[in-house]
Design a protein around this ligand. Structure first.
Ligand SMILES: Cc1cc2nc3c(=O)[nH]c(=O)nc-3n(C[C@H](O)[C@H](O)[C@H](O)COP(=O)(O)OP(=O)(O)OC[C@H]3O[C@@H](n4cnc5c(N)ncnc54)[C@H](O)[C@@H]3O)c2cc1C
Length: 391
């Protein structure tokens, strides 16, 4: 019997992970990516324990682990560099593994696995613009005029998702969250980190991090209030030099060592969580379904978890719409909580309010380092997929 076909819009972290999970569940997959070349820019990301568990389930934890840096000592610091909290992460999170890796390492591992297990599945320069459902399946319309038929459509096309727009035509566009992110990667400066793998600085209207992201890469990130960034003609590198004055000499040296082209400024967007993600044979995944602020450190992790959950939900093709709604119900409960957590974290980590800043410092002192580490790395006692596995 020919396997059913899943159409996936978008070849980001979520779309590629979904391709792997669905192939494992017995589906034929076709992935349509708008960009002419499949790539993630050279910045990095924190892959928390739950992200590594999902990668393990997708069979690609090893190459990502080998290309990234397993976080050892992590600190929360005052802007002048003095530590408020210090933790040895492997001890705090036990069996779990958390790393920081460059995006090309993660995306490259996903791409290589998709090319290996589903050769020819990925089509580049293929923009999804519309879809129709009928009694026997779903037809995806591409910008070049082609219609592609399949048994299911997954919109993994990011925060501005065309599939979501078609599913929810009355929803407005993503709105500004009031925050910007500045990020960069520096090379040849790993020794500046000393014995620390990662450090987060909490200052006045700024949250910033530095982290080792591989043999030679140091990733840095600043979360800023859009009001403080202002309407500026400064380049991202110039902006970074302006804001790094609020931080210590280590951070300054890392920013100074970053090539101009390796710095990027992004406005961060937010959306209200949807009551229902999809209809019929169409669903959403990753940022298309639940964009969340980077203050959770969980956007990619949740896209990876979505993919594992989707693969588990659609092991049988019979009753597919019901299986997709079950996937959405389980995933939307989990991701909704993180969207809210992200907003709260963004608010408290970038506040200018002196009382809130004092409360923040007090809380960091009060909460045991192990508890804090396990919460941020999403180390949990229960399997997020237990309900789907039990089916
Ligand atoms: C500053 C910052 C820091 C972050 N740090 C972390 C972190 O440390 N840890 C973490 O887990 N997450 C982090 N995230 C979140 C993470 O980057 C995202 O959640 C994740 O990349 C989402 O993946 P995705 O595949 O759902 O969407 P995307 O990465 O947006 O991929 C969507 C893909 O779809 C394609 N596409 C778009 N429209 C169409 C169309 N119409 N047709 C076909 N293709 C289309 C796009 O070209 C793209 O390739 C961070 C985000 C930001 C902004």
């Amino acid at each position: 019997m020919t396997p059913p076909t899943a159409l996936i819009a978008g070849a980001g972290i979520g779309g590629l992970a979904a391709a792997l999970a669905l192939e494992r569940a017995g589906w034929n997959v076709r992935v349509f990516e708008r960009a002419a070349s499949p790539r993630e820019l050279g910045f990095a990301l924190n892959l928390a324990a739950n992200a590594m568990a999902a990668l393990d389930e997708l069979g690609i934890a090893e190459p990502v682990l080998n290309g990234g840096h397993r976080t050892g000592v992590a600190e929360i610091r005052r802007p002048d560099g003095r530590a408020l909290k210090r933790v040895y992460l492997p001890e705090a999170i036990g069996q779990a593994v958390a790393i920081v890796a460059t995006r090309p390492v993660l995306h490259g591992a996903l791409l290589a696995a998709v090319e290996h297990t589903c050769p020819g599945a990925l089509e580049l320069g293929a923009e999804a613009v519309d879809f129709e459902q009928d009694g026997s399946g779903v037809v995806l319309r591409l910008a070049d005029g082609r219609d592609v038929r399949g048994d299911m459509l997954v919109g993994a096309d990011g925060v501005g998702s065309a599939v979501r727009r078609r599913l929810h035509p009355h929803e407005g566009p993503p709105r500004s969250s009031g925050h910007h992110a500045l990020r960069g990667v520096a090379h040849g400066v790993v020794e500046l980190l000393g014995d620390v793998s990662a450090a987060t600085y909490l200052g006045d209207g700024i949250e910033a991090s530095i982290a080792r992201a591989g043999r030679d890469a140091v990733y840095w990130y600043m979360s800023l209030l859009t009001a403080d960034v202002g309407a500026t003609a400064e380049t991202p590198h110039e902006l970074a030099r302006r804001f790094v004055r609020r931080l210590d000499r280590t951070f300054t040296a890392i920013v100074e060592a970053t090539q101009r082209g390796d710095v990027r400024l992004d406005q961060l967007f937010d959306r209200e969580p949807l009551a229902q993600w999809g209809t019929g044979l169409v669903t959403l995944l990753g940022d298309a379904a639940h964009p969340m602020l980077p203050h959770t450190g969980q956007g990619a992790a949740q896209a990876l978890e979505d993919a594992v959950a989707l693969g588990l939900a659609v092991r049988q093709v019979e009753g597919l719409p019901a299986a997709l709604r079950r996937y959405e119900r389980i995933r939307s409960a989990r991701t909704r909580a993180l969207v809210v957590r992200g907003r709260r974290a963004a608010w408290i980590t970038t506040t200018h309010n002196p009382v809130l800043k004092a409360v923040r410092t007090g809380l960091i002192r009060l909460v045991p380092a192990r508890v804090m580490a396990r919460m941020f790395m999403l180390v949990e006692r229960t399997d997020p997929h237990r309900e789907l596995r039990a089916l």
